[in-house]
Ligand binder design. Structure first.
Ligand SMILES: Nc1ncnc2c1ncn2[C@@H]1O[C@H](COP(=O)(O)OP(=O)(O)OP(=O)(O)O)[C@@H](O)[C@H]1O
Length: 245
């Protein structure tokens, strides 16, 4: 059954690579107006799940739904046009272009924006949201790592997706950068009503920002629940949190 307020639902979705079963029989929802954290140890299947949801991987078995409609096997472009945007674990900026031009590339996916003026306006608003207004003319590849991460989020959010999928957005950020990026996530949710899927190893940040967590282990769901419940779950502590808290 698909919950009526679900943007994404997976039903017993699996993906194998040769003999490796990376994700196995995984069923979960991403709801409207929530920040969902996908956590688990290295190799648990988080990136594979992320790639399945955004259409970059086709499932070996199971069903993927967007708004209750079957989109299993649909291309990443079509899924993106359904209001689902993603970042990439190792960034997705165009390093030789300016920050503004990077974000403008992101606005091309924003279908209602026909005019160049509207695209520029959208890019400027997005830069403001990400705290990049003072960096518009900087060449993206020359910027510090933390700023490059913000640029890649800006590119993805320029389409104003209903669901923003973020693959380890906090990796390599210092504490101040983590705090300001979490504030951006809060604004994205509050001001734009977008949901966020967060794959992230920074447990302190995950526990602060997420409404719900799905914990993966060996490609399967180990547990799901609120951060408070997950933090106290003996199975999760044994498999994962005992090592990272
Ligand atoms: N393209 C691939 N080819 C072969 N095996 C893969 C591929 N992608 C993932 N795997 C394997 O699938 C399993 C799950 O990997 P995945 O990258 O999804 O885990 P993860 O939870 O994202 O790990 P990490 O936290 O280290 O990024 C691992 O055993 C991994 O080696």
């Amino acid at each position: 059954m698909t919950a009526t307020n679900s943007i994404i639902s997976t039903h017993e979705i699996s993906r194998s690579f040769g003999g490796v079963l990376a994700v196995s029989n995984l069923s979960f929802d991403i709801r409207t107006d929530e920040v969902l954290g996908l956590i688990g140890p290295n190799g648990a299947g988080k990136s594979t799940t992320f790639n399945l949801i955004s259409g970059f991987y086709k499932p070996s078995a199971g069903l993927l739904q967007v708004d209750g409609a079957d989109v299993t096997g649909t291309s990443p472009e079509k899924i993106s046009r359904m209001g689902i945007a993603r970042t990439f674990q190792h960034g997705s900026i165009l390093p030789s272009m300016s920050v503004l031009d990077n974000i403008l590339v992101g606005t091309i996916g924003a279908l209602p924006l026909f005019s160049k003026k509207a695209q520029r306006q959208r890019a400027l608003e997005t830069a403001e949201l990400l705290g990049l207004s003072g960096r518009l003319e900087d060449i993206a590849g020359t910027l510090p790592h933390g700023i490059q991460r913000l640029v890649s989020i800006a590119i993805a959010f320029a389409t104003r997706p209903r669901l923003l999928c973020l693959d380890e957005p906090l990796t390599g950020l210092n504490q101040t950068e983590v705090e300001s990026t979490l504030n951006v996530f809060r604004r994205i949710r509050k001001e734009f009503g977008s949901s966020i899927l967060l794959v992230e190893h920074n447990m302190k940040a995950v526990m602060q920002i997420c409404d719900r967590l799905v914990v993966l282990h060996h490609g399967q769901m180990l547990a799901t629940g609120t951060p408070t419940g997950i933090r106290q779950d003996p199975r999760v502590i044994a498999a994962y949190l005992g090592g990272v808290q």
